[in-house]
Design a protein around this ligand. Structure first.
Ligand code: PLP
Length: 475
């Protein structure tokens, strides 16, 4: 591709992108592709000779785009959102053309120093303590893995990295029964073993019971095991439960255990002073992660990972072969030593563009709007005699089910709600996902897409009621 061709195609792609954002709401939000359908349309081998850009774009439009689920669709209410805002997208375009590799200060000084600065800005914006030092990880899963690895190393006086796990006492990790599956994955990868992950009981609000945590840690210590890490959750995936940090922190301090806070989705809401109750007691935490890529207008991958003991983190990951040494040495920040990845993308750029484009007030308006929409939706659902809200909605997630009067058989209720969810998702107008609460099938309605407005939530709720009652007539 010549430089002139590149310029022309870049303009075409920019137009495509602007058109997409304008019209994404007209596409089916959840892809209607059947398994294998896309593969069948792709040749078994790469082309022998290069193909023209026009041919590639034509297939992109024809094969790829219809096979996508549109996370930026205003009717996307599934999982948790994955935000992409125009400033973030533009920054990603620039990061793509620069294609810098940001593993150490010397390989991209501005990327490193910008990352440090935006992590400080973000820390202040969400009200975290000033001694939390941040780095951007790809995902919350990676950040939680890093925290558990650092906790493991600190607990073994940094011996485990060298000796391996065999020989020493088995190390235990703790989260509530509502903790995210990324914690299970992290303890497996860290070699601690899922048998040593204690799922602590929750209270009536599905928040971790600190007394049960205390008892579990004490019992493990008494049995000769070594408790190393507690992962508290702010905004659980199933129903946005918030663990009590102050009481959990006191338990961790007493037992000398690392406290990591997983606020993957809910952390973005900390831009609102009225949501800071979630981090009451944060002084006792050793690390925290939240994802601006979920709910703070910033493209995947952007997980803000904060640690108090930067030295413990670096000691966990630092390896310095000759070919990675630089003249500046440890006088500068080298993010390659802050986590698993060596090669790192220029992720700070999009966050910088977002923070500057929206400012504190713009970020607050974004999150506050979604919370208000969710509160309104929860009230409307609760007002209907044939619907139930099944969990508190402190943030922007509403858990509900259709429950027509007289239909009380749990299996039939589950089946009816499962059919309701599938029917709604097949319509292409909205996309919802499910969970189970106390064994019951529950529909989750998570509000947070950048393009979602009140009218989209209203239209979705109308469709849910209409579809549910039509299906309910058949039961
Ligand atoms: N923790 C919680 C509470 C989550 O809800 C999620 C994902 O939704 C994760 C962790 C994992 O996030 P990531 O996809 O960034 O690894």
């Amino acid at each position: 591709m010549t430089p002139d061709d590149f310029r022309a195609h870049a303009h075409q792609v920019a137009d495509w992108m602007a058109d997409y954002l304008e019209t994404v709401g007209e596409r089916p939000v959840k892809s209607r592709a059947r398994p294998g359908e896309i593969t069948a349309r792709l040749p078994a081998s790469a082309p022998e000779d290069g193909e023209p850009f026009e041919a590639i774009m034509a297939d992109f439009n024809d094969i790829i785009v219809p096979g996508l689920t549109h996370w930026q669709h205003p009717g996307f209410f599934a999982y948790f959102p994955a935000n992409a805002s125009p400033p973030s997208i533009l920054a990603e375009m620039l990061a793509a053309v620069l294609a810098t590799q940001c593993m150490s200060w010397q390989t991209s000084p501005a990327a490193t120093e910008l990352e440090g600065r935006v992590m400080e800005w973000l820390r202040e914006l969400v009200g975290l303590p000033a001694d939390f030092i941040g780095a951007i990880q790809d995902t919350a899963s990676t950040a939680t893995l890093c925290a558990i690895l650092a906790a493991r190393e600190r607990a073994s006086d940094f011996a485990t990295n060298h000796t391996g796990l065999s020989g020493g006492p088995r190390m235990t990790t703790y989260c509530s029964s509502e903790g995210h599956s990324s914690i299970d994955k992290a303890v497996r990868i860290a070699g601690l073993g899922s048998d040593q992950l204690r799922k602590i009981a929750v209270d009536q609000h599905s928040a971790m019971d600190p007394a049960a945590l205390d008892a579990a840690i004490a019992a493990d210590a008494a049995a000769g095991l070594r408790p190393v890490c507690v992962v508290a959750t702010l905004g659980s995936t199933s129903q946005s439960a918030v663990d009590p940090l102050r009481a959990i922190g006191a338990v961790c301090r007493r037992h000398g255990v690392w406290l990591h806070v997983d606020a993957a989705w809910a952390g973005s809401a900390l831009v609102l002073p009225e949501m800071r109750w979630m981090i009451d007691g944060i002084e006792a935490a050793d690390s925290l992660v939240f994802n601006p890529h979920k709910w703070l207008l910033t493209q995947l991958e952007c997980s803000a990972f904060y640690v108090r003991d930067k030295a413990a983190l670096i000691r966990t990951f630092e390896i310095l072969p000759e070919y990675l040494k630089t003249r500046e040495g440890d006088q500068v920040t080298n993010y390659r030593d802050w986590g698993v990845q060596l090669g790192r993308r220029f992720r700070a750029l999009k966050l910088w563009f977002v923070l500057r484009s929206y400012g504190r007030t713009g970020l607050q308006a974004h999150v506050r709007r979604h919370i208000a929409l969710a509160q309104d939706l929860a009230a409307r659902i609760a007002a209907q005699p044939d619907f139930e809200v099944l969990a508190p909605s402190p943030l922007a997630l509403v858990c509900f089910r259709y429950h027509p009067p007289g239909l009380d058989d749990p299996a039939k209720l589950d089946a009816l709600n499962e059919t309701l969810l599938e029917t709604l998702n097949d319509s292409g107008a909205l996309y919802l996902t499910q969970t189970r609460l106390d064994g019951a099938y529950v529909i989750r309605f998570a509000i947070g897409a950048v393009l979602t407005e009140a009218r989209h939530v209203e239209a979705a709720w109308e469709k849910i009621q209409h579809t549910a009652r039509r299906l309910g007539e058949g039961t």
